[in-house]
Design a protein. Structure first.
Length: 425
């Protein structure tokens, strides 16, 4: 079949790479794609939110399966439009995708479904939000209600910083109208885990869990980003933990969306916090995580297209993915200044020197006569497989050292906590 992958980041590069391994695929198209997908597939140049253009292309090229990558395409209603034309699509409708496009909606849905999540309050008036914080005299997580490309969650240390964060989002409008409404959420202590699952409207098929790193700098310091890297598997979150998360988090949410008349088909991502109060949900995403997809997909031994087609058809009952026993560690190579202001156009050197079993997925790069140049904040995600997390970590950082461009920055502590814990056993 012909396959269309919607999006143009490192996640979509990884999906394209994996889709091309399937004997079911004929041609793989990307919309819009990026400089690296152009080398292995066919870029269309159609923007991910151009629903009309996408629908025409799907009809003209007889696309057998459309795979939606970014949340903006979900919120634009791409799945709704393709389903109206009886085209097979892996990705939720706009209604089901509200679980990501509105934090307030997601929190309300979790309450109704009995899914554990931190206590919260919703505000559409900055003055009222600040009065509440002054009355409570403590810090809250401050979240923009709408889509903010990973930059809408702020983590202040005290009440004064919480007030400043409210101003940053609602008055300075650093993420635009995504913060016309905000959620103030109780702060939790613990370790975050990302659990993605394929959903066919009824059934939930979990993928291997991963951990990502959202803060810009080592030691979980600095501003939140779209993600600076991650690893999989997660030794502290095993098969029993996954089953409990499916039973107490994912399955109830899928049931609640079905009962509300917005059945969910696609990848459902749960951002979980493991802490003294047990597992609680910090957020849901209505798509594959980025950079989680880049560290999970290389570990998948099954045919990705078979699995995604089954989910899109509502036929996951007999699906059972096979996983490599190897570990994956991914490091995002970013432009200095990200997630704030950064410069682009710098030549990327060293891509031809990367070892086998080390993958480079492109996000913010562009083609030039001399090779690739930087064109975004998160430029590359480098992923290494190894016999253990320690092995994968050694390999990925050894290869990161082979890449050079002006302003290159990355975290140096990815998976270090797991490696140090394992060394103490």
């Amino acid at each position: 079949m012909n396959v269309l992958i919607v999006g143009g980041g490192a996640r979509e590069h990884a999906l394209t790479w994996k889709a091309l391994q399937s004997p079911l695929t004929n041609s793989v198209f990307c919309a819009p794609g990026n400089a690296a997908t152009a080398a292995i597939a066919i870029n269309t140049g159609i923007e991910a939110t151009d629903v009309d253009g996408m629908a025409r292309f799907v009809a003209e090229r007889d696309i057998g399966l459309t795979i939606i990558g970014p949340e903006a395409a979900v919120a634009a209603g791409l799945a709704d439009r393709l389903m109206e034309s009886r085209r097979l699509v892996f990705g939720p409708t706009r209604g089901a995708g509200r679980i990501e496009s509105s934090k307030a909606f997601a929190k309300s849905l979790m309450e109704r479904a009995g899914v554990p999540t931190p206590a919260y309050r919703v505000f559409d008036n900055p003055g009222a939000a600040k009065d509440y914080v002054r009355g409570e005299r403590r810090a809250f997580v401050v979240k923009a209600d709408g889509l903010a490309k990973g930059k809408g969650t702020l983590l202040p240390r005290d009440a004064d910083e919480t007030l400043e964060c409210i101003d940053t989002l609602m008055l300075r409008r650093t993420v635009g109208d995504a913060a016309d409404r905000i959620v103030l959420e109780e702060k939790l202590e613990g370790r975050e885990v990302s659990l993605m699952a394929l959903v066919d409207g009824e059934r939930v098929l979990p993928l291997e869990p991963a951990c990502d790193y959202k803060r810009a700098f080592d030691g979980d310091r600095g501003p939140n980003t779209g993600g600076m890297g991650g690893y999989s598997p997660v030794p502290s979150f095993g098969a029993d933990d996954v089953r409990r998360a499916v039973d107490t988090v994912l399955a109830p949410i899928v049931g609640a969306l079905r009962d509300a008349g917005t059945p969910y088909r696609g990848c459902l991502y749960a951002g979980l916090m493991m802490g003294p109060a047990g597992v609680q949900v910090l957020e849901f995403n209505a798509r594959f995580g980025d950079p989680e997809a880049q560290v999970v997909l290389p570990r998948l031994e099954s045919d990705l297209i078979v699995l995604l087609e089954a989910a899109a058809r509502g036929e996951l009952a007999t699906a059972s993915p096979s996983w490599s026993g190897r570990a994956g560690v991914g490091v995002v190579l970013a432009s200095r200044g990200y997630p704030g202001t950064y410069s682009i156009g710098f030549k990327i050197d060293g891509l031809g020197t990367i070892e086998r079993d080390v993958f480079v997925f492109h996000a913010g790069s562009a083609a030039s006569p001399s090779g690739y140049v930087t064109a975004g904040g998160r430029v590359l995600t480098m992923v290494a497989l190894g016999d253990s997390l320690a092995d994968a970590r050694d390999r990925v950082y050894r290869n990161v050292d082979r890449i050079h461009f002006d302003g290159l920055t990355y975290r140096r502590d990815l998976a270090l906590r797991e490696v140090e814990t394992a060394a103490l056993r």
